[in-house]
Write a protein that binds this ligand. Structure first.
Ligand SMILES: NC(=O)C1=CN([C@@H]2O[C@H](COP(=O)(O)OP(=O)(O)OC[C@H]3O[C@@H](n4cnc5c(N)ncnc54)[C@H](O)[C@@H]3O)[C@@H](O)[C@H]2O)C=CC1
Ligand SMILES: O=C(O)CCC(=O)C(=O)O
Length: 630
């Protein structure tokens, strides 16, 4: 059976290019005009009125040309600029325009003078470009256009397509209403609303397909393309008010991104997960086994924070879901808050401030101490603990620390072998242990009893680390002089009502888990985690994954890449290679990384392959996930 003959008819402005050419021309010709902005705004609004069919196209063209005041030389400048403004996914799929050259047409209400040279780079010859032409006066100024050309008239594209009488299925791809009407008039078989650069409701609501880029167009038509699976089909769900930069970055890379400002309950999340490929969370959302089992398509969880205790990492691994976090982005923010709180508590600033707010002047030095020369006991000498150690020392504190692991002392800090010894000597104890479940109630009544009378406790790690009842008792009895608490055993999913047993106690600073909530930290996280997500989705890299064999892959050069995640049981690798050998795959590189549970093998191939190989690879016993990257 011979393949279906098709003709592909592309619009030019805002489809093949990212811009409306006449708007760019206006920028060029009006560069020194004091009324430039006003005129450009007028031109854009006239362009849109024409595109949306609100005024006749001829009128729109006449009015714009008058305002443009352009000449032949300006067109040369325009062409140079337009060459850089080809739509990204069009440029990415240049080979389609080469391979299907015979079947591709451009029908535009723009002008051949600038369209021809741009599309010539994509193998589209002038004779398959249908567009208007300018009229020039003796000084080469543009004074009008060929009024005989059907494309200068209302519904000109319909007339043009009728005249062409193209063979086979006629597909029109464009962003404007004038493109859609070709389908309505029966001269096109299918209309694809192209929204990579602009999305117009009047166009999209009537389209056979809305295609956000050329990848999707080629995918829908099962045509060869540079990206195996269009990124717009990859759905990313970002919860918990993740910084908007993450949305920007991931959307710009072509993914479909949805944001929700709060965390979701397990049941709410389960309902959503069916179509989610990438989930972004912060510390509140619980990614349980139930959630994961309902998430067939899930490939990645991005924790936009340090802690990953809220995620069932083992279940993720068993389901082939790679987890990334941001291990350093908010470290400094936590440290600065800890320092600030230690000073505030030592000076009883919150009591003095509360009194004054109530109208009481209480100028006193009682219970107000400098931090200089005091002993700071850091529990957990990891990223945060260490940085705090350095800054605290600079403030004149004597730093001591205790860690379950052997950690190198920074500066003049002193390592203490036993927690009890650290508790006994410190004026301030600050907790920076990790979110390991074994740390539940790590600091309880016994530990507090070992602390100095009048000492201060700071917890910016995890709520479950401190027994809140024991802490309250110690604060009420005066055993402890103050506390700063940022994290709680139970925290609400969203902003609103909240209470804790510590509410109302004097010299207790309560903050709503904001240790890492600074603009700098959130911005940095919104850069770091999306980069990791994109590196995995786009090329298979798992560097810095917290639950998965880490592998840094070489750049994929003109090859297909098979990514195979499997249970790490004997024989799987051999079976994979047997299948690859059977189908005569020309392997250019193979990379394997394993841990005790999973194996991750990446195979690069340098030629077309028999699609049956994919089915066979997926069928290998022990396969967890498999995907192909072009
Ligand atoms: N309040 C907030 O907004 C934020 C809280 N955090 C929390 O801060 C904590 C520390 O973060 P990082 O320093 O980045 O982690 P890290 O993993 O670099 O350091 C944790 C350190 O604690 C040690 N440790 C674990 N259990 C211990 C124990 N029982 N006794 C003594 N040492 C113990 C570990 O050996 C490690 O050196 C984490 O729980 C994290 O989730 C992190 C960022 C923001
Ligand atoms: O800011 C957040 O969402 C959580 C901060 C935190 O606790 C972490 O990074 O582990």
């Amino acid at each position: 059976m011979s393949p279906l003959k098709r003709s592909y008819v592309f619009d030019f402005d805002s489809t093949l290019t990212r811009v409306e050419a006449l708007d760019v021309l206006a920028e060029i010709t009006l560069v020194n005009n004091p009324k430039k902005d006003e005129i450009i705004e007028e031109i854009i609004s006239i362009t849109n009125l024409g595109i949306d069919g609100e005024i006749s196209f001829t009128e729109s063209l006449e009015r714009r040309i008058k305002l443009l005041q352009a000449n032949k030389a300006d067109l040369q400048t325009l062409i140079v600029q337009l060459k850089d403004k080809v739509s990204h996914s069009i440029a990415r799929n240049k080979s389609f325009f080469e391979d299907f050259s015979e079947d591709i047409y451009v029908i535009s209400c723009g002008f051949k003078e600038f369209i021809d040279p741009i599309v010539a780079q994509y193998n589209i010859p002038s004779e398959r470009v249908f567009a208007n032409t300018f009229e020039f006066d003796e000084n080469d100024s543009i004074v009008g256009f060929d009024q005989e050309n059907v494309l200068s008239t209302h519904n000109g594209k319909i007339a043009c397509l009728k005249n062409l009488n193209l063979e086979g299925e006629v597909q029109v791809i464009g962003d404007g209403y004038s493109d859609y009407v070709t389908k309505e008039a029966g001269v096109a078989d299918k209309f694809f609303a192209y929204t990579e650069n602009v999305s117009r409701t009047k166009t999209t609501e009537n389209a056979d397909h809305v295609v956000p880029n050329m990848d999707e167009f080629l995918y829908v038509n099962k045509l060869p393309r540079t990206i195996s699976y269009p990124k717009n089909r990859i759905h990313i769900l970002l919860l918990e008010n993740v910084h908007p930069d993450a949305f920007e970055k991931l959307s710009k890379d072509g993914f479909t991104v949805e944001t929700v400002s709060t965390s979701l309950s397990e049941d709410e999340l389960i309902k959503k997960m069916k179509d989610v490929h990438v989930l972004g969370i912060r510390s509140k959302t619980q990614v349980t086994k139930r959630v994961l089992d309902a998430a067939d398509k899930l490939m990645v969880v991005g924790a936009f924070c340090i802690g990953t205790k809220q995620i069932d990492l083992e279940a993720c691994k068993e389901n082939g879901v790679v987890v990334f976090n941001a291990p350093y982005s908010n470290t400094r923010s936590v440290v600065e808050l800890a320092i600030g709180e230690i000073i505030m508590l030592m000076r009883s600033v919150f009591q003095r401030s509360t009194e004054l707010h109530k109208g009481v002047w209480n100028k006193t030095a009682a219970g107000s101490r400098e931090v200089r020369g005091k002993k700071l006991g850091i529990v957990g000498y990891g990223n945060i603990g260490k940085q705090l150690s350095v800054l605290a020392e600079a403030l004149g504190l004597d730093v001591y620390y205790y860690d379950v692991e052997d950690k190198l002392a920074l500066g003049n800090a002193t390592k203490i072998e036993k927690l009890s010894d650290l508790l006994a000597i410190s004026d301030v104890i600050t907790l920076h242990v990790d979110d390991n479940a074994a740390n539940k109630n790590y600091i309880g009544a016994d530990e507090i009893a070992q602390m100095k009378d009048g000492a201060i406790l700071v917890n910016l790690s995890r709520g479950f680390v401190v027994d809140i009842k024991a802490l309250k008792a110690a604060l009420v009895s005066g055993k402890l002089a103050g506390a700063a608490v940022d994290v709680y055993p139970e925290e609400p999913a969203k902003n609103g009502a909240f209470t804790t047993d510590l509410k109302g106690l004097e010299n207790v600073i309560l903050t709503p888990h904001v240790g890492g909530s600074t603009e700098e930290a959130q911005k940095d996280i919104a850069d770091f985690v999306p980069n990791k997500i994109m590196a995995y989705i786009n090329s298979g890299n798992t560097v810095d994954a917290v639950n998965f064999p880490n592998i840094r892959l070489p750049k994929q050069e003109k090859s297909h890449r098979f990514l195979h995640i499997h249970q790490n049981v004997p024989g799987v690798m051999a079976k994979i290679n047997k299948v690859l050998a059977k189908y005569d795959m020309n392997i250019t590189g193979q990379y394997l990384s394993t841990d005790s549970k999973v194996g991750y093998v990446i195979t690069d191939l340098n030629k077309q392959y028999n699609p049956k190989v994919i089915k066979k690879l997926k069928e290998i016993e022990g396969t967890i996930k498999f995907r192909v990257l072009y």
